[in-house]
Design a protein around this ligand. Structure first.
Ligand code: UDP
Length: 440
């Protein structure tokens, strides 16, 4: 009696919770979706990345059968990573150093039908070319961003050749769904002539969002507090894994929230005047005392109205709670997906990376967000403006219209991933393709 050979797929995210979370959720979905798939989830470890939130997420909950977490040998990058480097450059350096051992890690894993990477791990293409492993690139940002990325080579003829020379066709699973970004998806599929590139097949399989998590005592406290609030009455304030405010902006945010007289939960971090992504590599590890940087009197004045959580919380559990009625977010793509999937309207507070693009899309195109603006000549958004927008979202008729629009999108997202929905079918196609790759 012969046993059916399993498909073996490896998944490799670059450092950063915004990359690790959706790829880990993909890995989990794959093994649950099809029991003939074995997934090896590869983790990059460097001496610069000290996120307790990451370790908690990856190593503290039992894994579904068929999924293994495999640590790539750790590397020291302190000598080459400088504080003044752009975030994307720092991540690329970490990935570059770590991928020096990718070949031996992949050989050790044995036969693979595919390697799924994210857009900062493209160094894997060459190695996979040598090993004849097809590479799939998971787009952690929006399809709008992906379309732009695809267009870049036509602007820069020199890199065009690299796409053509790839040993395998590239397919792109995308964290979106058909009805959410129909225009860029159509652009990729139908306008390869316009893009002047052999555009790869795209598989919209999203939204892929964080599911179950273990709860800390402060998470439990937040959820119990939410249980005692009316439906849609609480604003959740969180800026992703890395986001931080300047000292001045943090003051304005605090008094703006207080002035709005709305209930809130605020994931609070020490301000940083130089870097808006200052907790990116130490998520959940920045132990600090909010009393030392919050404006005097703020905690007393907001007692019972606002809840402060230090550094990190289970965002999805909060967004899922029926009392949560708004999300002041930096508009990272995962946060965007999580908010929409739970029918929560957004106050857009973009900070870095492609967040401004997401914020523009959410406010102007999809119309599920409002955006506070700086006054002329101002370097920060003032408290009056913050309070105005918070009240508008939480209390006004305009806010109600946005809320009902996002609830419709929530239903569309849920239809997409259900059995027979567009994302479900897309994932089935992809798995079918891998099945055909199985070599005896
Ligand atoms: N997140 C969380 N708790 C927090 C802040 C963020 O669980 O206190 C999660 C959030 O649910 C999302 C991810 O971290 O899944 C952040 O990804 P996103 O793409 O929104 O932003 P990035 O951190 O990459 O800027």
């Amino acid at each position: 009696q012969t046993t059916k050979p399993k498909m073996h797929v490896a998944v490799l995210p670059s450092p950063g919770m915004g990359h690790i979370i959706p790829l880990f959720e993909l890995a989990k979905r794959l093994v649950v979706f099809n029991h003939d798939i074995h997934v090896s989830f590869l983790v990059i470890n460097t001496d610069q990345d000290n996120s307790t939130a990451r370790d908690q997420y990856l190593y503290s909950t039992p894994l579904p059968p068929g999924l293994d977490v495999v640590d790539i040998p750790p590397v020291n990058v302190s000598d080459i990573v400088r504080d003044d480097m752009l975030l994307a450059t720092r991540i690329s350096v970490m990935v570059g150093e770590s991928l020096k051992s990718l070949k031996s890690v992949l050989i050790e894993l044995g036969k693979l039908e595919a390697l799924v990477i994210d857009l900062l791990c493209t160094g894997a293409f060459e190695i996979c070319g040598e090993l004849s492993i097809p590479v799939y690139s998971f787009s952690t940002p929006s399809t709008t961003f992906l379309t732009l990325s695809l267009y870049l080579p036509t602007l820069d003829r020199e890199v065009e050749g690299e796409f053509v020379d790839l040993p395998e066709p590239i397919s792109i699973p995308v964290n979106t769904w058909e009805d959410f970004e129909p225009v860029p998806l159509k652009a990729i599929r139908e306008h390869s002539f316009f893009l002047q590139l052999p555009t790869p097949p795209v598989y919209p399989i999203g939204p892929l969002i964080k599911q179950d998590e273990s709860l800390s005592s402060s998470d439990e406290e937040c959820l119990t507090w939410l249980d005692n609030q009316p439906a849609d009455s609480v604003l959740f304030v969180a800026l992703g894994s890395g986001g931080t405010l300047t000292t001045e902006q943090l003051f304005e945010m605090a008094w703006g929230l207080e002035m709005s007289q709305q209930k809130f939960i605020w994931v609070l971090r020490k301000p940083d005047d130089a870097d808006a992504s200052s907790t990116f590599f130490n998520v959940g590890s920045d132990v600090n005392d909010p009393n030392s940087y919050l404006p005097e009197g703020f905690l007393e004045k907001t007692q019972g109205v606002g809840l402060i959580v230090k550094s990190w919380t289970t965002q999805v559990a909060i967004l899922r709670h029926p009392s949560t009625g708004g999300f002041l977010s930096h508009c990272g793509w995962n946060s965007t997906m999580e908010s929409i999937t739970h029918g929560v309207p957004i106050i857009a507070w973009p900070l870095y990376a492609e967040q401004k693009m997401n914020a523009a899309m959410l406010t102007e195109e999809i119309e599920v967000a409002m955006k506070p603006v700086k006054g002329p000549g101002e370097t920060v958004v003032r408290r009056e403006e913050i309070s105005r927008v918070v009240r508008l979202l939480m209390e006004s008729e305009e806010g109600e219209i946005i809320r009902s629009r996002v609830k419709k999108l929530r239903d569309s997202a849920s239809r997409a991933v259900d059995n027979g929905g567009s994302s479900y079918d897309s994932l089935s196609c992809l798995v079918e393709k891998w099945k055909n790759e199985i070599k005896p």
